[in-house]
Design a protein around this ligand. Structure first.
Ligand code: NAD
Ligand code: TDX
Length: 345
């Protein structure tokens, strides 16, 4: 099994590369990653000398590099994407370029090279928000952010390539994923690392938005299953079955770290903030998938991992990260006197 993994230097992609090499002795993986701010060679330090693994730095929107790699693999699993909703609100262009145009290049090259299977890793965010009940794969897409709209665009192209050309594409729609190696802009690693530093945890709005949490390894096992058993042209929801409000998540993190709730700072809400995500996962369960991690255990281990791996996250919280942090949170986190001063200027 020769697999091209794209975006394998990011959070879920790096967990997937490690998972596949552990689980399938004969699998060979090429990891194509542009190494954006979110791509981090440290995520795969432990396996970089494995003879079954090769890293290539490059862009999924680059036809020549994608074409040359595709000539030597049977399967493509795409993780490569711009992934942070807040960044997509500041600068949508890069999301459209990677999450739509990049997917188009992968589909075209897969068609030329007769790739056996293409798995696009997508998100439950493409459905938009749901007040009650859960979305099934038949429900219509109604994305709210430039991020989720771009992911929906990539998905629709892929399904059109299936219908028009018979390209064997499967799509997974995963829910909010947590675990080791997640860039500390996402809420769980952001709040854990801020709490470790005793600095405020910026909670958007009333903190009552609901997300369904899925452990990275359970997400990987679902993708592995779809890669082997998924029916071409089909979409599979992948959720952990752990719906929690953001305030519940925040309390859990503070309690696990023995930190005070006074660290929580309510900040202005995200624009277009989806209230609740919830997906029905009966379809992938019929293929035989079950999440194995309980949320309590998974969170305990995850918080512990960040506490023990400061070497990994400390250096990320500098440079570009701090510029972004200031842009995203400066107004929400300023003190009363700073606000007064700004208003007087
Ligand atoms: P991430 O931001 O941690 O990593 C993305 C990776 O893609 C990085 O290594 C980055 O360098 C690479 N990349 C970005 N643009 C690229 C390009 N043009 N060419 C090649 N590489 C490029 O993301 P993640 O959280 O690991 O998410 C992986 C995938 O899973 C994404 O497609 C995302 O939409 C999807 N997903 C994520 C979650 C979640 O909660 N994190 C949930 C559901 C689905
Ligand atoms: O500082 C914050 N404060 C806060 O209250 C941040 C960064 C987030 N939040 C809230 C917003 C969301 O309701 O926490 C929740 C989770 O936020 P994110 O970690 O940014 O994730 P989300 O926007 O739900 O999207 C994630 O899950 C689906 C990933 O970033 C996507 O790539 C994935 O598709």
């Amino acid at each position: 099994m020769r697999i091209l993994v794209t975006g394998g230097a990011g959070f879920i992609g790096s967990n997937f590369v490690r998972y596949m090499l552990d689980k399938h002795a004969h699998c060979r993986i090429i990891n194509l990653d542009k190494l954006t701010y979110a791509g981090n060679p440290d995520n795969l330090r432990d396996i970089e000398n494995d003879p079954r693994y090769r890293f290539v730095k490059g862009d999924i929107a680059d036809v020549s590099i994608v074409g040359s790699l595709m000539a030597n693999v049977d399967i493509v699993v795409n993780f490569a994407a711009e992934t942070h909703v807040d960044r997509s609100i500041h600068e949508p262009g890069g999301f459209i370029q990677t999450d739509v145009v990049g997917i188009y290049v992968i589909l075209e090259e897969a068609r030329k090279h007769k790739t056996r299977k293409i798995v696009l890793v997508s998100t439950d965010e493409v459905y938009g928000s749901i007040e009650k009940g859960s979305f099934t794969e038949q429900d219509r897409l109604s994305p709210s952010s430039p991020y989720s709209a771009s992911k929906a665009g990539g998905e629709l192209l892929a399904l059109a390539y299936y219908r028009t050309f018979g390209l064997p594409v499967c799509i997974t729609r995963g829910s909010n994923t947590y675990g080791p190696y997640q860039y500390p802009e996402k809420v769980i690693p952001l709040f854990v690392t801020n709490a470790l530093d005793d600095i405020p945890l910026p909670l958007y709005g009333d903190g009552l938005n609901v997300r369904d949490w899925l452990h990275a390894l359970d997400h990987c096992s679902a993708i592995d299953l779809v890669l082997h058993e998924g029916v071409p042209g089909e979409v599979y929801n992948v959720g952990g079955g752990n719906e929690r409000t953001n305030i519940q998540i925040t309390h859990m993190i503070l309690d696990l770290l023995n930190k005070p709730r006074t660290l929580i700072k309510a900040v202005p809400d995200r624009l277009g903030h989806d209230r609740r995500y919830s997906i029905d996962c009966a379809k992938i369960k019929r293929l035989g998938w079950r999440p194995e991690q309980t949320f309590e255990e998974g969170m305990r281990a995850t918080v512990d991992w960040y506490a023990k791996n400061e070497w990994w996250w400390r250096k990320l919280k500098s440079g570009e990260y701090l510029d972004y942090y200031k842009k995203q949170y400066a107004t929400g986190l300023e003190s009363d006197s700073e606000r007064q001063q700004r208003e007087n200027e």
